[in-house]
Write a protein of this length. Structure first.
Length: 419
């Protein structure tokens, strides 16, 4: 039955298998393959947040600000820095991914005055493009946003991308791992090409941080943002982080002048003076409950080690691709992710004309949770710390059953509010 014994043997050999027990798994029969949208709840996080609410807030009250709350954006940012190949003072946790993108895009365009081109690609997350469009509008529409295309809806056209990067380019902004296909960019190669043209590069790490090694410093990356609720398992709506290379921090000015970014916020001066370093990219009061929930999961990932996480991720996705080729392609699916592991993040996408209805059947009839992305894309996010090889094998079996029994025909094409 699609290699059940083989899957169990792979799980017995899995050096990360013990980490699965560190997550809340309320339904042992549920196969959760949507960690690239929202990671599972770590048990340590539940305990940590309970103690934070009942003791630090309940008993300590406002005294908590001087016993770890106020420096949390930098402390947790320093831990995330270890996951993205950055120095501790180059990463801070603050606001949402979109707000951080806005801050960094506007700052970059100001620094690059005289250049009028923003380069991205058609595989980028739409919100990233909306933020770029909004930033360009603030500058009076003088910037042209150019999107490199794709020939197969899986991989970007790198020749097209490199053609667009020239002396007019102020900023190149891309998702390190594409949200639909899982395509993984060669960060070093793209950054080098952009720098040769005098452009800055801003990387969106939402679908790579915590799932694979990222080397911002070694690649010479200028700027980056990322969320914490996917592979970092920080919880729904958890704050995002931003990265600014050390030598750029004094040259870039945040467009949002908040009191926490002020030189001495508790002097309450009437005139804003930016704080040194990354502090001036902070805005309002940190969201301590959601911010603190990130830390236990980051500690777990550091303990597991990104090299081991990436090794298992490649094994999981290779196993899924093998099973999909054997069992799902003959049933009308197409592979929507790169075949080469070096070009793939920790997800596999499957395409089918009835993908939305199949997705609904997976969730409501087969107890498998993926997600759907328009127009025909089912994403299977494989988080190595809690997804097993048996999960992968069973998920493919259940999808095959949906097709054989035509269970998807019982669902309409009308989309739910969240897909």
């Amino acid at each position: 039955r699609l290699g059940e014994d083989f899957a169990r043997e792979l799980d017995r050999q899995d050096e990360l298998s013990s980490f699965r027990q560190e997550f809340v798994i309320a339904d042992p029969h549920l196969i959760y393959l949507d960690g690239n949208s929202l990671g599972r709840l770590p048990r340590a996080t539940a305990q940590h947040v309970r103690a934070l609410v009942e003791q630090q807030w309940g008993e300590g009250l406002i005294r908590g600000w001087n016993t770890g709350w106020f420096d949390a954006p930098h402390r947790i940012g320093g831990k995330i820095a270890q996951l993205v190949g950055a120095k501790p003072g180059e990463v801070v946790v603050s606001d949402s991914t979109s707000v951080n993108l806005f801050k960094l895009i506007v700052a970059a365009l100001r620094l690059q005055a005289g250049r009028n081109r923003i380069v991205s690609d058609t595989g980028n997350f739409p919100s990233d493009l909306y933020i770029a469009q909004g930033a360009a509008d603030i500058f009076g529409g003088i910037h042209q946003i150019v999107l490199a295309g794709s020939t197969d809806r899986v991989t970007p056209d790198l020749d097209d991308l490199y053609r667009q990067i020239d002396e007019r380019t102020a900023l190149v902004t891309l998702s390190h791992v594409a949200f639909k296909s899982g395509y993984l960019y060669d960060m070093e190669a793209v950054t080098r090409r952009a720098h040769q043209a005098g452009a800055l590069v801003l990387w969106d790490l939402c679908h790579s941080v915590g799932a694979l090694p990222v080397e911002l410093g070694a690649c010479g990356a200028d700027l980056a943002v990322g969320c914490t609720y996917k592979y970092l398992n920080g919880g729904p709506g958890a704050p995002a982080f931003l990265y600014v290379r050390e030598d750029l921090q004094a040259r870039l000015n945040s467009p949002i002048w908040g009191w926490i970014g002020q030189h001495r916020p508790f002097d309450f001066d009437m005139t804003y003076r930016p704080a040194a370093g990354l502090q001036h990219f902070l805005t309002g009061t940190p969201n301590i409950l959601s911010l603190s929930a990130i830390e236990p999961a980051v500690d777990m990932i550091l303990r597991a080690g990104l090299d081991r996480i990436r090794r298992k991720s490649v094994q999981l996705t290779e196993y899924l691709l093998f099973l999909a080729e054997q069992e799902l392609v003959p049933r009308g699916f197409e592979i929507g992710s790169p075949r080469r592991a070096a070009e793939r993040g920790s997800q596999v996408s499957l395409r089918h004309p009835d993908a939305y209805r199949i997705n609904r059947a997976m969730i409501e009839r087969m107890n498998v949770i993926p997600d759907f992305r328009e127009p025909d894309n089912i994403r299977l996010g494989l988080v190595p710390l809690y997804v097993s090889f048996a999960d992968v094998q069973a998920a493919v079996q259940r999808i095959a059953n949906i097709m054989d029994e035509r269970l998807y025909e019982g669902f309409g094409v009308q989309r739910l509010a969240v897909t």
